[in-house]
Design a binder for this molecule. Structure first.
Ligand SMILES: O=C(O)CCC(=O)C(=O)O
Length: 278
């Protein structure tokens, strides 16, 4: 058990015999209970478990909150401002979403990216494709500008701009081929995205759980044990908007799963600024 959890456990100790309560002057003095002997066996005096205030408040790992209904959710208001999600579960109706999924799976030039992590380079466990006028760098590997948008992607961008009131100039397409494809904890906070970026995330195909966790306050020294978690199941045709301080105050991921999962496509529309123009 880690040190923090160990310290957070309820502490207590076995105390000696209970002290008699203070006696009003009018009450007779009764003989105090003494250890007795029956047939020679000693009887252990009565002992009680006494609760001692633990050094640290007893903390629980919070259950994740599940967000799955249509609506606007203010998920936090600090430390850097309001973080907001907007969920549109049937943004694309299922029949239309079926043919869109097929077109995108077949016609997007999917590639596997080589990223660089603390232990060296590794193949990202999903396929991606980048659209936009500027390059996009994450995990120390850069995707080159690609201004040749597929017409279906342009049409989806227009529909999202209409409903959200925001405009977008870039798109990261992700293809999760099976249950072991995933993306680890991160925030979309690269400098080119500017402050408080709006991310519009549209999903097709298999439902995968989009998980979010609040960044811990400075006093926790980067320990995420007790932070809030959100689970947003993103299914076929669902649109999720992340707004305000969401990228600064939260992280997200799509974890691996351990049962058969069919392919899933996720499109994350963003606005990228050329270097130095935010
Ligand atoms: O697949 C998703 O729903 C999220 C993708 C994502 O977080 C990313 O590519 O930055």
């Amino acid at each position: 058990m880690d040190e923090k959890r160990r310290r957070a456990r309820v502490q207590g100790a076995w105390a000696g015999p209970a002290k008699p309560a203070s006696r009003p002057a009018s009450q007779p003095v009764l003989p105090t209970a003494k250890p007795q002997r029956w047939g020679g066996d000693p009887v252990i005096p009565d002992k009680r478990f006494v609760y001692k205030e633990p050094g640290e408040v007893n903390r629980r790992v919070p259950e994740p909150r599940v967000i799955e209904k249509d609506g606007t959710y203010e998920i936090s208001t600090s430390p850097t401002g309001v973080s907001r999600l907007r969920l549109f579960p049937v943004f694309i109706d299922p029949k239309e979403a079926d043919w869109m999924f097929e077109q995108l799976q077949r016609e997007i030039p999917w590639r596997q990216k080589t990223n660089v992590g603390p232990d060296g380079s590794y193949q990202e466990p999903r396929l991606t494709c980048w659209y936009g006028e500027v390059p996009y760098t994450y995990a120390r590997s850069t995707m080159q500008p690609n201004p040749h948008w597929h017409p279906l992607l342009t049409m989806l961008k227009d529909r999202i701009e209409e409903i959200s009131g925001f405009t977008f100039n870039s798109l990261l397409c992700n293809l999760y081929r099976h249950d072991k494809d995933s993306i680890d904890w991160h925030s979309d906070d690269e400098p080119n995205l500017g402050k408080n970026p709006i991310i519009a995330s549209l999903s097709f195909g298999e439902t995968r759980v989009f998980q979010m966790r609040k960044k811990p306050p400075a006093g926790e020294h980067g320990d995420y044990t007790y932070v809030e978690h959100l689970h947003v199941p993103l299914d076929h045709g669902t649109l999720l908007l992340m707004e305000g301080a969401t990228q600064e105050d939260w992280q997200h991921r799509v974890p691996k799963e351990y049962h058969d999962r069919r392919p899933r496509i996720n499109l994350t529309f963003r606005t990228m600024f050329p270097e130095g123009k935010k």
